[in-house]
Structures are given as C-alpha cells and as structure tokens.
Design a binder for this molecule. Sequence first.
Ligand code: PLP
Length: 367
Amino acid sequence: MIYLDYQATTPLAPEAREAMEPWLGEQFANPHSPYTAGRMAAAAISVARDQLSDAIGLPGGQAVFTGSATEAINWAIRGTMEKRPERSHIVTIATEHAAVLDTVEWLGRRHDVTILPVDSNGLVDLDQLREAVSERTALVAAMLVNNEIGVIQPVDRIAEIAHSKGAWMLCDAVQGLGRIPIPEGPDLVAVSGHKIHGPKAIGALWMREGCEPAPLIHGGGQEAGLRSGTLSPALCVGFGAAAKLAGSKQSEDRAHVAQLWEAATAVLGPEWTINGDIQNRYRGNLNIRREGLDAARLLEECRDIAMSLGSACASGSGRPSHVLRALGLSDREARSSIRLGFGRYTDKGDLTEAIGRINEAARKQGV
Ligand code: PLP
C-alpha cells in the first residue's frame, strides 16, 4: 500500500509508540489514585500536557485532554453557549469540519447561527465576517488548516474581529498543529493526537484563562472538574511525545512536504486542477479534480493506494463534499475530485509512482 491519506490519519511515530509502551504494561495504575504508582502516572500526564501546550505555543491558558478533537469541539461550542447565556449567536464558516457544522446545526434549535460562505479559493471574506459578528455573538468558530483542501484561514484576523465585539474565538487546529504555527488570538483551540503521528482516541481543548466553557461531561471531577473521566496515561503520553516531536521536527517536516509537493505537481499533468487556494495552503494536501473523472471508480481501481474523495467521513456517504460545494464546484466537479495527503514518512518515489498509476487509471476512463 502507498499511504496518501495523511488528513484522515497519520502513522504512529515510533517515538510515540515507545513512550506509550510502559503505560500499556506494568504501569497500569489509575492516574487519579493517591498511591505512588498512581502519582507516577499523573506525573507522566503532566509532562505530556506541558509537551502539548508547548506545541500549541499560545500563552496564558491550559490544555485539557479529551477523547477526541470531535469531543473538544462539541465541548467548546456547547460549553461556551451555556457559559455565556447573555449571548445567543454563533458564527462559523461553510467549510468547517462536521464536528463544528453538525454541532451548530443542533444548537440552531435554540440559538441563532450564521454560516459564512467562502470564495472560490476557500477563503472567508473578512468584511462579511465583520458584518456578521455583533454584541450578541458568543462564539466565532474557524479552522486553521482545512482538512479537505488544505486552505489556511486568517485565524489571527478572525480572532481580532470576534474580540472587537466581545465574542470568543474557537480554532479547530487539528490539521494545523505541528505543521504551521498556531497564530495568537484564539481563546479555544481543538487538537487531535492521531493527526500528528500520535495515538487515536485522544484530543485536547486548549483554553485561555477566563474562557473556560461549561463542562460537557460530568462525573469524577477529573481535569480540575472541567472534563470528567479517567485519563489514559498511554494515550496522553503518546500524544505528548508526538507533540514534542512535531515541534523538534517542524522545519525538517516542512521542507520534506515542500519537496513532496514540488515532485507531485511536476508529474501531475495539465489535465488536473488544484482545488483551493495555492498560496494560503498547507502543501501536504493536494486536492485535485479532472474533468469527467469518476473519482469513486478511480478509488476502486487503485485499491492499494490509500487516498480519499474528501473527508474520511464524507467518503462513505456518497454525498459530494460540502467543502468542494462551498467553493462553487458543481456536484459533477466535486465527484471528479480526489485528495492526496502526504507528510513525514512519505517517500517521494512512492508518491510519484502513485500519481503515475492514478493518471493511467484516469486515462483508462477516457478522461
Ligand atoms: N477537525 C478536523 C479539521 C479534522 O480533520 C478532524 C478529523 O478528521 C476532526 C476535527 C476530528 O478529529 P478526531 O478524529 O480527533 O475526532
């Protein structure tokens, strides 16, 4: 298999696996227990939290572990609306992840929701945002790097506009963490372990001091009462190790991704169009379309190349991607698009070989 689906998930870094191992074996104590073994587990979690906070790199806040970024996002949005009952309006963007869009849709029964469009490159219009945000707005939610098209939103300026009316700003930095710096400005930041070569089923919500959402999960009062539930030392330690590695390897990873992008675009051929802005983009994401291509059929025909039709969740549904539709692409164009995602462990030769085979399969379709 040639793995080109880095936006769906990333391979576990050997360093993260190694860091996790003791916590899956003899060191199994509950990190919330008072005896020595429990305290050792709690201390390891505390180191992991610091490693993650360093990778997020924002001052004046804390990271709270969750079961996924989806949970962190649900918590940030629902918890903010509960915490700020004097404000009843949420603003977000049409190209956000389903974790944001489905949560605001669910809240739409009780709150006002504004979903801003994007231009044909996938970028939000800041004047439209300025018009939408008011003293009634509790929260503005915008992602840093789009999971489907790699486009980078101007999160610092979005936060500035939110703050000018007293709204909080949530940044879904799941695809940005460790790849590009998280700009200063957001009050809440959602991140995920498995997108940065850490383990699955762990995420975190970083929150600025004074912007803590009301808890979503109640119970044993862990995480200072903000998020109940026994933490997994193995998952936390793996996430921390991956975050530390992402920091130390950031420039090396970035240079490797730039080389992969150059190599991929050099062999792609003129029949392909890149979806989404080319400049404001994370280059480990190559979302491309080809006139007349049946992308679902192409995936069937190239089963040993792991690639995607869009987000992993939309891939199985048969629905055209809401992100590509938001760029103004027709259903037909959206269904002619594939997403190639690559990064730290991608071999340049594998990538160009895969593109050669994709091109061949496309030509066999007569397009
Ligand atoms: N936000 C973005 C941009 C994502 O790409 C994903 C994962 O696909 C999520 C949120 C959800 O992350 P998790 O898998 O940790 O729930």
